[in-house]
Design a protein around this ligand. Structure first.
Ligand code: SAM
Length: 166
């Protein structure tokens, strides 16, 4: 799938379906998403800025905002349709989040801007070494010294059996 096709797909999804708390297509969803704030906690202080890359309807940011008080999230996604559900999903966290319509591969991230970068089920949409390499370079520049990147995604294993398990 090309990037334009991926964007088209998410622009035509029913965004509300993606903001379910226990989607049947993601077993252990809560457990998986609960791990992300646990990993972030030691690295964040009040007013820390967290960038959620490929944030969709805000599921991962919700997990962070409800677990860690006083941090703020920027939710980046190239699908305005997916982001349109964010104000509803994060309604109880008004003032602690903003959305940003941008392609995470081409976006300008700034330098030393974020205390943490997080992502769930989005970065696997990159294709090839150049896209992955470029993206991780951007993350490295965008993070403050001591910042942390946490990614929750499907990954290939060292062999077919581990890939199947993953
Ligand atoms: C499967 S959804 C996951 C959404 C959310 N992180 C979650 O776990 O519920 C993948 C998201 O990545 C976004 N996405 C994919 N490629 C992107 C790109 N190049 N730039 C920005 N967003 C992208 C899609 O629009 C979609 O909202």
């Amino acid at each position: 799938m090309s990037r334009v096709e991926i964007q088209g797909r998410f622009d035509n999804e029913v965004a509300a379906l993606y903001s379910q708390r226990d989607p049947i297509w993601l077993p252990e969803f809560r457990q998986m998403f609960a791990l992300v704030p646990e990993l972030l906690k030691p690295h964040l202080i009040p007013d820390s800025m967290v960038l959620d890359v490929g944030a969709g309807t805000g599921n991962l940011s919700r997990s962070v905002l409800e677990t860690i008080p006083d941090v703020k999230c920027v939710l980046m996604d190239f699908s305005a349709n997916m982001l349109s559900a964010v104000p509803l999903v994060l309604a109880q966290f008004e003032g602690r989040f903003e959305t940003l319509v941008a392609d995470f591969i081409d976006a300008e991230y700034g330098v030393a801007k974020y205390d943490a970068i997080i992502s769930s089920f989005a970065i696997h949409h990159c294709r090839g070494r150049q896209e992955y390499g470029g993206l991780y370079q951007k993350f490295a520049h965008a993070l403050k010294p001591g910042g942390i990147f946490v990614c929750c995604d499907v990954v290939a294993g060292a062999d077919d059996q581990l890939s199947h398990l993953n």
